[in-house]
Design a protein around this ligand. Sequence first.
Ligand code: ADP
Length: 366
Amino acid sequence: MAAITLRDIEKRYDDTLVLRDCNLDIADREFVVLVGPSGSGKTTLLRIIAGLERTSGGEILFDGARVNDVDVGDRDIAMVFQNYGLYPHMSVYDNMAFGLRRRKLAPADIDDRVRRTARMLAIESLLARRPRQLSGGQRQRVALGRAIVRDPAVFLLDEPLSNLDAHLRVQMRAEILKVHRAVTATAVYVTHDQVEALTMGDRIVVMNAGRIHQVGTPAELYDAPVDRFVASFIGTPAMGFIDCERRANGDRAELATSSARITLGEVQAQALSCANAGNVTVGIRPECLSVASERDAAAADVAVRGTVQVVEMLGAEHYVHVATEGGSLTARVPRHQRLRVDETVTFVASSRDVHLFDRETGRALR
Ligand code: ADP
């Protein structure tokens, strides 16, 4: 059992503030992913939860009890790293048994735990091998196994799949989730890969420059990003943005550039007037745009004309990158719709699919 609470966590190295105002509640048995670009502070936060790093301010609680001064060895956690951290001179069996022997468990109990875990991870046939006799995927399974046998209250995983090829990463993602369902531990998982975050996390914590920008389920982050950073970081291909001017069109609120017209729905128009934001950036996800004729565009809520810059072929569909006045957009287009570079094309979307951001602060307008 372990619920984890972070309150106002701050971390400095000399004069550099690398984490600030980090507040987070992780429920017992939850699978939480910390995601953000390199240098955003994910590993530092994970190491603070582990007790490998001291905070410069704030509190860490496990099940409501302050653990700031509890050593890493006494926090009932197990860590899995990108570089596996296996002992090269020991067999797989001994690598897995090592921590249990140190805790002086009975040999029969150790044997039972190691074999049961090896079975769960399909590495029984590898128990006698040394780490150098294993593939990357097998090594990562052993590293996971070594964490699982300890039956900890908390798993902390730092980019565990980054060294694996793309195919194996997808396979191991599913296996880690399966293992998490089978054990009773809370898991905190660090990755820079937003696809990994979306596919694995019960909830995702999006970090940038030492700050937590948003905490939410994958759907919440995707559908309602709180700011432009989260909007552009979550989702592939990324959301496109256009800087627009406000315009009145009778009693309807409209945003526009010389080549885009966005008629807002009632709720959005209200958000815009409440926020009192001067300049507005509009965000549209690639799957919300479709190619249209000029006639269809005249009747649509949202119509944008632009010039095709790049067409990426992905098998069933194309990603089309388009430059337009005020920004650029990416559209997912069915492969039968052939578009050429330098062609002028008109896209339409529904006003429901439009995200509004304050251009100065980047905050979403709701
Ligand atoms: P991430 O895991 O998101 O890539 P890190 O937590 O590793 O980010 O690093 C966050 C920031 O803290 C980076 O700017 C990094 O340079 C800095 N940092 C990390 N460890 C140290 C250290 N021991 N001394 C000084 N700066 C550090």
